[in-house]
Design a protein around this ligand. Structure first.
Ligand code: ADP
Length: 873
């Protein structure tokens, strides 16, 4: 049966894991080739071709839920043939997946389960883990009802129940199969002694199947009632990675009501499950089940309704949510040792912080008691995505859509990972070689070599730390852009609670350390502490340490034979290297320049996108066919004249469009042998003009000096005033950020954003030409190509790339450093200055358009937001 056919067998709302029994067991690379799939092989091939064209494919063969198809298609992914587990970027399964399947995934693939999650999704395992933690951390792990696993803990349960009876306490218990779902096999007992033990009943078993492991739990007898009905909450939590842990909470969900008015089992005769269970799958069979007209009526309602209901009755709703979120985080922390251990075992070559191949959307069932204390009832690792009612569709599609967006699956992922692997293996190769050289000299310079080895190790450590920080910053940035209803709850923004959770996590690792191997031991605890510490070194500090390390290493290496390219990647810097960004690059101020410049802007190819950095193939250059120099459109030029900020220090604003000589531009070409060989040739012969390394270095230094002389001028203000205005805006960045974001991302269109960036681009180009004294082709110079890349990055996603540099100053840098030939430190400093100039330009345009009353003013709209920015006045 093809996935399409299966999908058309619309779900009947059956929940959770029961689906597993009916789904085919498919193994990656060896799909089940049924008769139907053989017949449809032609179709599949066509589908496959379509998939390749569209870039990102998804294998949904193991899900029966329609809205998963819908969510995936909405994102523009294509659905792959059922048996294809190699090409899809996303694999979705309603079942858990075995570890070997996780191991086989390629780094760019994502699957919707983590190995080890059953430690909280199986009722008996959850209860065991929670009991262990409750013993060690009783104040933290007190949100699951007391539970016994049967048959093992049957006698201790009986003893407990008898003692209660002796002191006259009447308690009810709920019996559940350990791996059950949808209310199957659940019974309520008023008397603990009647609870069956794995087929051995204390009586009153009534033919009901009690074979297999089960749990018995204290029954929460005083639940919160809505209009007299018992209810529970279905809350969605997304885990995007476990190494390190990243958890999100979905700010919406479902409130599920029982269908018969509630009474304490001890006080009434009726023990119907319609009164005590809130599962949809149970209650939909009741004649009282009501499909509401909207989100606030019927047997399934929205969380918004619950909040309003409680607020009207003067409950402390914010406190309730704080407690619920606390419960969610603690539950995930409880499973983290297992997740980490399993994940590292499955993916031993993935360093911490690398893209996770696993993610998981969990459905938490939370019961509130009459005091609004939340109790964890169950964690579903395959929550139902059946959408029988409008409210299901709205909530569940929202969850899926945003979760998939948060994962940030891109067509370029495959190439990016392939390149990263290539770089890794090159590094390993280099390391191997250097070790060989070390062996040769070992007897002569043993101490020196040991020191050198330490430095190399240190450098690698620093590079890895830096790369990781940058990746994290990239993710933060993406998250800020993407999250609407999902909110990250671990790691949290609030430093105090984050520190508390980190301590808790360490304690949990101590208590649950699942034996030997990854995830256990003092080393892991130390690593965790560092990983989640709020005191982690900042990127600048790491860059400093790295530069120092490079210098020291340089002193230990043999100068004549050393590769003097000065690249960060191989770590060989020149002896006299200093840290240019420290000397030249005041972090957030505007620099003065000596000479006046003329503004112009050139059109930049819109097709430049994020991927242009990541793909090695982009090193290939071609000339000619996409000449991108152009004047501003006449209208834009008029607007810009006298309106745009200039890159200048003179009191008068000089803005005009200049026609620059058309020149050869580098454009991205697809990987081809021809393209690549041209590029390599350019690198070797013309890449840095005459090929003279020293000349390139000098150019870079001259360029940096000149760039530092440039500043963005605010029309009508002196350079100093302009500097103050910008400094004020930056100082209050937290408050101002949203306003600037609203202006840049919402008010300005792509064209206008590009024009702003082009102001700087044009001036940088002019500066570069002035510095360029060699007779060689400037466009073929390395620095020119680097700048092209930087501008392509800033222009990516229609100018959002520039905005992204505010959230994370270094994500673009990490992309540069991932290049096949990463920039040297002076080159990186030049690029940084260029980015800063663009940022200043953006801010100045923002401030200026806010102040400008003239309707025709501008690069953008004329909002009156400036008054709202205290520091800018
Ligand atoms: P299943 O996985 O079979 O749905 P659950 O553990 O989710 O089993 O329990 C089903 C329903 O039973 C819950 O939605 C809740 O309404 C009720 N329930 C479960 N445990 C308790 C408990 N300890 N006290 C009160 N009600 C409970």
């Amino acid at each position: 049966m093809s996935s399409g056919q299966r999908r058309r067998q619309a779900s009947d709302g059956a929940e959770e894991a029961a689906v597993s029994a009916r789904l085919p067991q498919v193994s990656p690379h060896r799909g089940l080739l049924t008769g139907a799939s053989v017949e449809s092989a032609g179709d599949d091939r066509r589908q496959h071709r379509r998939h390749r064209r569209r870039g990102v494919g998804a294998n949904l063969s193991a899900t029966k839920f329609d809205i998963i198809y819908l969510a995936v298609e909405r994102l523009g992914f294509s659905v792959c043939p059922d048996e294809d587990f190699v090409t899809p970027y996303l694999i979705w399964s309603d079942l858990g997946v075995p570890p070997d399947r996780i191991s086989e995934l390629r780094p760019h693939q994502r699957i919707n389960h983590f190995p080890g999650m059953s430690e909280i999704s199986r009722k008996d395992l959850l209860s065991r883990n929670m009991a262990k933690l409750a013993r060690v951390l009783p104040k933290e792990y007190n949100f699951t009802p007391r539970t016994w696993c049967l048959p093992g803990e049957y006698s201790s349960f009986l003893q407990y129940s008898r003692e209660l009876r002796k002191v006259g306490k009447l308690r009810s218990f709920i019996y559940k199969p350990a791996n059950g779902a949808m209310g199957h096999g659940i019974r309520i007992y008023k008397n603990g002694e009647q609870v069956p033990c794995n087929g051995v009943s204390g009586g009153g078993n009534g033919g009901f199947d009690t074979t297999g492991p089960a749990i018995v739990q204290e029954y929460i007898a005083k639940p919160l009632l809505i209009d007299g009905f018992k209810c529970d909450l279905r809350i969605y939590v997304l885990v995007t990675s476990c190494d390190p842990l990243r958890v999100y909470f979905y700010n919406d969900g479902l409130l599920r009501l029982s269908t018969e008015k509630y009474a304490d089992p001890q006080k009434c005769e009726s023990d119907t499950l319609y009164m005590h269970l809130t599962n949809y799958s149970v209650n939909k069979r009741s004649e009282n089940y009501a499909k509401g007209d909207d989100d606030s009526t019927g047997s399934k309602r929205s969380i918004r309704f619950l909040n309003e209901y409680l607020q009207k009755r003067d409950y402390d709703v914010p406190l309730m949510w704080r407690n619920i979120i606390d419960l969610l985080v603690k539950t995930i922390i409880a499973v983290q040792p297992h997740l980490l251990q399993h994940y590292r075992m499955c993916r031993p070559a993935s360093p911490p912080g690398s893209d996770s191949v696993c993610f998981e959307i969990l459905g938490f069932d939370v019961l509130l008691d009459h005091k609004l204390k939340p109790w964890l009832v169950e964690v579903n690792r395959s929550p139902s995505f059946g959408a029988e009612q409008p409210i299901d569709r709205r909530v569940k599609l929202g969850v899926l859509d945003e979760a998939l967006r948060l994962l940030n699956i891109r067509a370029s992922d495959r190439a990016r990972h392939a390149n990263a692997q290539k770089v890794q293996s090159q590094r390993r190769l280099m390391r191997g070689r250097s070790n060989g050289a070390e062996n040769q000299h070992q007897h002569q310079h043993l101490q020196q070599l040991q020191r050198e080895r330490e430095l190399v190790r240190r450098r690698e450590e620093l590079q890895a730390q830096l790369a990781r920080l940058r990746r994290e910053a990239d993710r933060d940035e993406h998250e800020i852009r993407t999250c609407r209803r999902f909110r990250r709850i671990f790691p949290g923004d609030d430093r105090v609670s984050q520190e508390r959770y980190v301590k808790l996590m360490l304690a949990v690792f101590g208590a649950l350390t699942p034996g030997r191997g990854a995830g256990s031991g003092a080393g892991t605890l130390k690593e965790l502490e560092e990983q989640y510490s709020c005191e982690r070194p900042r990127q600048e500090e790491l860059m400093d340490q790295l530069a120092r390390c490079e210098e020291q290493l340089q002193q230990h290496q043999q100068p004549p034979s050393a590769d003097a390219s000065g690249k960060l990647q191989n770590g060989r810097q020149h002896q006299n290297h200093r840290r240019p960004w420290q000397r030249h690059h005041p972090p957030q101020s505007v620099q003065h320049r000596q000479s006046s410049l003329t503004l112009s802007a050139d059109e930049v190819d819109d097709s430049a996108d994020d991927d242009s950095f990541d793909d090695d193939d982009n090193d290939a250059v071609e000339s000619g066919d996409r000449q991108t120099e152009a004047k501003l459109e006449a209208e834009g030029a008029d607007d810009a004249s006298g309106r745009l900020p200039s890159v200048s220090s003179t009191p008068t604003l000089t803005t005009s469009t200049s026609t620059t000589t058309p020149r050869r531009r580098h454009t991205v070409v697809a990987a081809s042998g021809a393209g690549r060989s041209r590029s390599v040739q350019a690198d070797r012969s013309g890449g840095i003009g005459t090929g003279d390394q020293q000349e390139a270095e000098q150019l870079c230094r001259r360029m940096l000096d000149q760039l530092n002389e440039l500043c963005i001028r605010f029309p009508g203000k002196s350079a100093q005033q302009a500097e103050q205005v910008l400094a004020g805006l930056r100082q209050n960045w937290r408050q101002n950020k949203a306003l600037v974001a609203g202006y840049w991302l919402a008010k300005l269109d792509a064209d206008k954003r590009r024009k702003v960036i082009d102001i700087v681009r044009q001036n940088v180009r002019a500066t570069l030409s002035r510095c360029w004294r060699s007779g060689a082709d400037l466009d073929e110079s390395r620095i020119c190509r680097l700048f092209d890349r930087v501008f392509a990055r800033l222009l990516s996603s229609n100018g959002q790339g520039l905005w992204a540099t505010f959230g994370n100053s270094a994500s673009w840098e990490s992309a540069l450093l991932r290049m096949r030939e990463p920039p040297s430190l002076p080159e990186l400093a030049c690029c940084r200055r260029v980015v800063q100039l663009c940022q200043d330009c953006l801010l100045t345009v923002f401030l200026f358009s806010g102040q400008s009353a003239a309707p025709s003013a501008d690069v953008g709209a004329s909002p009156s937001h400036c008054q709202e920015i205290p520091a800018a006045s």
